[in-house]
Design a protein around this ligand. Structure first.
Ligand SMILES: [Zn+2]
Length: 269
């Protein structure tokens, strides 16, 4: 009996030590700052970063360090992954989790193609399932990986005022997926109401679908009419890149995203 109790105590100590050392390693990575040359590269490749208030700017360094410690980047179709690619994609992804405890828990792999890539999509009609090949600039799989076109990821970051950003889009799907399903309802921030989220997003989605079907221009990309999960992802793109336009056209959506990310991009100068 004594041996058994000692063994249980030993295992409990080993688990406690493992969890403690993981927490320590995470805290160490989050406290790390980028080098001056890395910072300069990030500001050149991802100009939205220059608008961040100083406290958020230093948080970004730590989140990017943690992200790059967790995730492996692989080049496809002969692409060689460069520091520029790693830093640009990490900075864009980490903007979404900059000011909350939200984290890409399930992500370990990012695949990068030089340009748009072919992807197979299953189409279901009753009992008949057919496959077709489509061209994509980004893809997010449940529980990872994220697949990106470097040409579009790079350009999406360089033009930070057009409301289109494939990295924000795919990582918004990753955040959405943390709730157990990619359905446009992510795990909300502390104090945020699921009833409010649903009320705001269902009404905004319905109005968006109606606007798209009747040919009216929308601030949020018409692709959002494809489903609630796509509406969430394209709203995130606009939240960061055209926050004033989003706040003017659908203030409730802006407010919910602001609560979710604990960020207020309208105030960034
Ligand atoms: Zn999507």
């Amino acid at each position: 009996m004594l041996i058994l109790l000692s063994l249980v105590a030993l295992i409990a100590c080993a688990i406690a030590y493992y969890l403690w050392s993981r927490r320590q390693a995470r805290a160490r990575l989050l406290a790390t700052t980028l080098t001056a040359s890395e910072r300069q590269l990030v500001e050149t490749m991802v100009p939205i970063v220059r608008r961040l208030p100083p406290d958020l700017r230093s948080k970004l360094d730590g989140k990017m360090t943690l992200f790059q410690d967790q995730v492996r980047f692989f080049g496809c179709d002969g692409l060689e992954v460069t520091e520029e690619m790693r830093l640009s994609i990490s900075a864009q992804a980490c903007l979404l989790v900059l000011n909350t405890d939200m984290w890409f828990d399930n992500l370990t792999t990012i695949l990068i193609y030089p340009n748009a890539f072919k992807s197979r999509q299953q189409m279901r009609s009753g009992y008949v399932v057919t496959e077709k090949e489509i061209i994509r600039t980004g893809e997010s799989w449940n529980r990872g990986p994220v697949i990106l076109s470097w040409a579009h990821s790079r350009q999406g970051a360089l033009n930070d005022h057009d409301g289109h950003n494939v990295v924000f889009h795919e990582f918004a799907h990753q955040i959405d997926d943390l709730s157990g399903g990619t359905d446009g309802v992510p795990v909300l921030s502390r104090g945020q109401s699921y009833a409010d989220w649903e009320r705001v997003f269902v009404a905004a989605y319905d109005a968006h679908v109606h606007a798209v079907e009747t040919g009216r221009p929308t601030v949020i990309d018409p692709y959002g009419a494809e489903g609630h999960e796509e509406f969430f992802a394209v709203s995130v793109e606009v939240f960061f890149e055209r926050p004033n336009a989003l706040k003017d056209s659908v203030p409730d959506v802006y407010e919910q995203l602001s609560l979710l990310f604990q960020l207020d991009p309208v105030s960034w100068t």
